[in-house]
Structure formats: C-alpha cells, structure tokens
Write a protein that binds this ligand. Structure first.
Ligand code: BES
Ligand code: MN
Ligand code: ZN
Length: 466
C-alpha cells in the first residue's frame, strides 16, 4: 500500500468523506439516519457517485482510535468493492493522519497464504489535509505505516499453522528478518538449552518431535553498557496441553499460542527500523507443548534457569514455565533494567475482561504507568490487575518452591504471581493477551485471525521508557 499526503485531491478517484454526528444534516438527500448508524466507523456508499461516507461519531469524542476504526472500515469497504486506489479527505482531522494510515494498513491485511484465490489489496491512498499540515501529516503517516506493517508481519507469522511454524522455523524466520533490519539475533537450540539448564523450556518442549528454541534479538540504540529493557514473548507454537491434554473442541485455535512471541518479533523489528534510542532485548522462548513419550508430566519437579524449583501440577500451564526461564535469563545474564512479558497465558483473562482488553500486571508503579500510557497511544486496551498475597499462597508447593498452577479461581492473577517471582526485584510488567491476540470473526476494520496485539504498545513503551 502506498500513501501520498497531499493538500489537493487528484481527479478521477473514488473519495472517502468523513462526517460527524453534527455534520449529518449536510449529507446528500436520500440518505436516512437509519442507514447511517452514526457510530464511529459506520459507512455507506453514496450511490450514483463514487463517494464513501464514513461516520466518526460525536465531534468532541473523536480520538485517534475512532479515526483508526473509521479509516480502517473505509479501506475494507473500498477494497471489497474493488476500489484499490482512492482518496481519503481528512478535512479538519489532520492531526489523526497517523491513526488513519495505521487503520488502513491493518485493514488491508488478510491471511491468504494457503488460499487458491486471493483478495485484492489496496494499491494507493491519497490522504488530503490542509496545506500547512502536509509536512507533519507525512511524518506521522510514515511512522504509522511502519507500525502497521510490522503489526501485520506479526499477524502473518501468528496465523501460520503449527506444522509450518514451529520453534526451529520460527527461529529461522526471526533470524532472516533480524538480518534484514540490522538486529543481532542469536538462537539457542535444544542442546544449548539443556546444557545451560533452561529447565522450563526443555521440559515443555520435551514432548514434541520439534525441539524448542530460545530466540534472542538485540537492538543497540542506546549507550554501550546501558541496561536493556527486555521484551519477552511466549511462543508456544502449538499448545495441546501436553499430558494434561486439552479437549478437542477449539484446540485448533492454539496455533495462536505464539502470539506473544510474534508480537515481540514484530516490535523488535519496528524498534530497529525506527532507530529507537535505547538498548532493547527481545527474548522469544519457543516450544511446542505435546504429549509425546518424553513429555514432562504432572508431579514432575522442574528446575528453572534461575535455579527455582517448580512442581508441575498441570502441563497445560506451560507458558509460565518457558517465560520463567526467559525472565530469569533477562535478569541474570542481561541485567535487564526492566522486563515486560507478553503472553497468551490464561483462558481466565478472557473470563475477566473479555476480548476488549488485555490484563496488565506489574511490580513497579512507574513501569505500569508507562505501559498504560503506551497502550493509550496505540489504542490497544490494557486493564490493570491486582497482586494480592493470596495469589502467592495459591501457588505454594509442598514439595518445591512453587507449583505451576493455582487452580481455576483467579487463574490469571495466580499465573501473574508465578511470573513475578522470577523477575525478583527487577521492575516487571506482564500482559496477558489470551483473548485479545486473535479474533474468530471478521470485523469491520480487521480481518479475523491474529490481531498483532502488543506490537504497537511495546514499540511505544520502548521509545518512551527511561
Ligand atoms: N495457551 C493457554 C491459554 C489460552 C486459553 C489462550 C484460551 C487462549 C485461549 C495456556 O497455556 C493454558 O492452557 N492455560 C491454562 C492454565 C491452567 C492449566 C492453569 C488455562 O487457561 O486453562
Ligand atoms: Mn496451555
Ligand atoms: Zn499455552
């Protein structure tokens, strides 16, 4: 998709025009209010002319998020109707040029790798703003396009099935992209993981014929020796549950259990491309959770990378085991200044918050605030969740330091309490994206499948974290 930011619309292309609730009276005759639901993103083709009208809602409530949705749904409608080149009139909303571009890039993505027929993609969009806004809008558009494209890269990887993306191929993919964007990338294979005593990753990966990996990506944008911000993403390339096997219904959705890892990969590439001026390290523990002959089992006691012993009570609580190793590694080997992990960790977060927000846990107020601020900018909703001593009690073990599940009650909170242990005193934040990472249905501005949730928030956080 190509964007041109202009102050005058070229002739002969279909137009997208935005209107607010108050502006509806000025709309052409023959369009009823019922047709226009007047919700942000509601849209209608004005027949006879090549014009798509898109609602923005009440003028005083318009935010970047409304613009993202409105422009995204416009782009989706345009391409569905075969219009792959069009003009978007931003009018008085030039300050949202970035949001509009982001929305359109995200709307243009569809996962069609294995389809025999492919849908059209958008070729060219002219975004029209006032002459004195062109320069700033251009800058915002370039930035937004980068964020949108790396979010789509994460979506593309996350949507690929478990027989295509597994630890080894994910690592190869990460290496290839890292090289292209000038990131240092090293991969620990199963032998190295075993030798270095990554007990969590090797236990979870043990049941699969496809051995685990730890992907390490380093961005050196800050001064030499600056303690890095560590981004840690869960990449369980497929989660059967292992010996504590999951029911068959919906198990195919567990291809998306690598969304946290994909988000870190996308974020690290965007961070490199944008030249963020701080040291950032991306850690992606990758494993397939299978019930093979060498699988770890309930009752096992696993020693994680930092030496903590964990009693396994449920092999389906595997994400925290691979994250525990990576968090320990970030703290001990990389002396991380702060650790932010992102993971499709618990079904319980969906029960608590639904699909509209990811849960946020943090051991550090400043990091929590910075993460919430970053999420606000990106339009990805996070909701702060608690840490109570009862959660630590729920995961206390009789035979080891802790156990890997605290049961059903407060499942997301006990999972967070588990991870927090491994961060020790390093400021730590955790995003549980189990139900924001993917959508089961096509939306007006986003295709079904992986959403790329987290990429934009992590980049924003990495840019502003001091
Ligand atoms: N990957 C799942 C969490 C998940 C569930 C993500 C549904 C997306 C949709 C995770 O590994 C898991 O199985 N968690 C268990 C934890 C339990 C065994 C303590 C869960 O949520 O049931
Ligand atoms: Mn699981
Ligand atoms: Zn999982």
């Amino acid at each position: 998709m190509k964007f041109s930011i202009l102050s005058k619309a070229p002739a002969g292309l279909p137009d997208v025009r935005l209107f607010t609730t108050a502006q509806r009276k000025a709309l052409p005759h023959g369009i009823s209010e019922a047709e226009l639901s007047l919700k942000p993103g509601s849209r209608i083709f004005h027949h006879g002319e090549n014009v798509l009208l898109v609602g923005l809602g009440d003028a005083e409530k318009i935010t970047a998020d409304e613009m993202r949705t409105a422009a995204g749904s416009a782009a989706m409608a345009m391409k569905r109707s075969g219009r792959t080149r069009f003009t978007l009139h931003l009018g008085e909303w030039a300050q949202f040029a970035g949001a509009a571009v982001e929305g359109m890039v995200l709307a243009d993505f569809a996962y069609e790798e294995f389809k025999t027929t492919r849908t059209r993609t958008i070729e060219q969009v002219n975004v029209i703003v006032g002459a004195h806004h062109v320069a700033t809008a251009k800058k915002a558009a370039v930035h937004a396009q980068t964020l949108g494209e790396f979010t789509n890269l994460a979506r593309g990887i996350a949507n690929r099935p478990g027989n295509v993306v597994f630890p080894e191929t994910l690592a190869e993919e990460a290496r290839w992209h890292a090289k292209k964007h000038g990131l240092r990338c090293t991969v620990l294979d199963e032998k190295q993981l075993r030798a270095k005593k990554f007990g969590g990753i090797t236990a979870v990966g043990g049941g699969s014929a496809r051995p685990p990996r730890l992907i390490v990506m380093e961005h050196r944008g800050g001064p030499r020796g600056q303690a890095p911000l560590a981004l840690v993403g869960k990449a369980v390339t497929f989660d059967t549950g292992g010996i504590s096997i999951k029911p068959a219904a919906d198990m195919e959705k567990m291809i998306w259990d690598k969304c946290g890892g994909a988000a870190v990969l996308g974020a690290m590439l965007a961070i490199a491309k944008l030249g963020v001026k701080r040291n950032i390290i991306g850690l992606i523990p990758a494993a397939e959770n299978m019930p093979g002959a060498a699988a770890y089992r309930p009752g096992d006691i696993v020693t994680c990378y930092d030496g903590r012993h964990v009693e396994i009570v449920n092999t389906d609580a595997e994400g925290r085991m691979i994250l525990a190793d990576a968090i320990g590694f970030a703290r001990k080997d990389h002396k991380a200044a702060a650790i932010v992990d992102i993971a499709t960790l618990t079904g319980a977060v969906g029960v608590a918050l639904g699909e509209s927000a990811a849960g946020l846990w943090s051991s550090d107020d400043r990091l929590r605030d910075a993460t919430l601020e970053a999420a606000k900018k990106s339009g990805e909703r996070l909701w702060p969740m608690p840490h109570f001593p009862e959660y630590d009690e729920a995961i206390r073990s009789d035979v080891a330091l802790i156990k890997n599940s605290g049961g059903r009650m407060g499942g997301s909170c006990t999972a967070a309490a588990f991870l927090r242990t491994f961060a020790e005193k390093t400021p730590w934040a955790h995003l549980d994206i189990a139900y924001t990472s993917h959508r089961n249905r096509d939306g007006a501005s986003l295709a079904k499948g992986a959403t790329g949730f987290g990429v934009r928030t992590l980049v924003e956080l990495a840019t502003n974290w001091r």
